[in-house]
Design a protein around this ligand. Sequence first.
Ligand code: DAH
Length: 339
Amino acid sequence: MLNKIRDLVEKTKIELDKIIDLSDLNEIRVKIFGKTGELTNLSKGMRDVPVEDKPKIGAALNEARKSIEEKIKTIEEKFEAAILAKKLEKEKVDITQPSKGIEMGALHPISSVIDKLTDICVSMGFSVVEGPEVESDYYNFEAMNIPKNHPSRDMQDSFFIDENIVLRSQTSAVQAREMEVRKPPFKIVCPGKTYRNESDSTHSPIFHQFEGLVVDENVSMADLKSMLTIMMRRLFGQDTEIRFRPSFFPFTEPSIEVDVSCPNCHGKGCSTCKGTGMLELLGAGIVNPKVLEINGIDSKKYSGFAFGFGLDRTAMILNSISNIRYMYRNDIRFLKQMK
Ligand code: DAH
């Protein structure tokens, strides 16, 4: 028995020295220690060993197991070290190589204007809201005091989906939605996409507006003018001149249009402002009491002011963009210049 044990240990160690793969190691492990493995079988033979020899044979069996296990462990560690060394060699990084440079993204000019204006308005206490781009005729027109078949609809060449559904032609639609659900006093702004059948170097069928609405007691034209002056100066610079001109919109009475001095030439006249020194930027006015009433607000107690301006034009002015289409082409060369 002792000889058999010794032979087994020797034979196994020779086999272990020859292996070239971790899977061979497992095979040997099963062959020796498995249910019907060679050492297992020898251990089963203990039954037939005379009592007086049992301690000696038992110790020899234990010793054999220990020495084979140790050898297996050593070989296993050798293989693992080799695998790790290979992996490290493969994943080696040459830290002395020059870097490829970091590609920096940039905000789209319209997103950037929306962010700036939103920040300005939030700091003045406005809440930011949104509304649907596919809008009902009611919110887009009727609730804004533009009845069906009324000539004032001609101001906006709109995309109708059916008789009552339209791609919103103005963010003013959101004014009606908000008046319906809010209780005065409130101040909201709404940036968003709008759609009209127009296309040339300064008009695109899809464009962006920024709407504002304030409803409270005793809201006046003076409040509107001072608020717009602060907003425009924060956006275009403190030296910006503001001009208010009388205008017409069905939802405001009186209505005004607001021009700012050209931030490019500071009023002297250049190609951006077509030599006029001023840029027409937004429509505004005192909310027509009829609009308050249509939308469930008591016009005897409350008044309001509203404004809506073109973000595309603003983005073009701030970034000296000559054609509105550049902003919708997704040309990476254009966007890279917006950093
Ligand atoms: N909705 C108008 C347009 O698209 C712009 C406008 C004018 C909005 C006056 C207003 C306003 O809120 O008070 O032409």
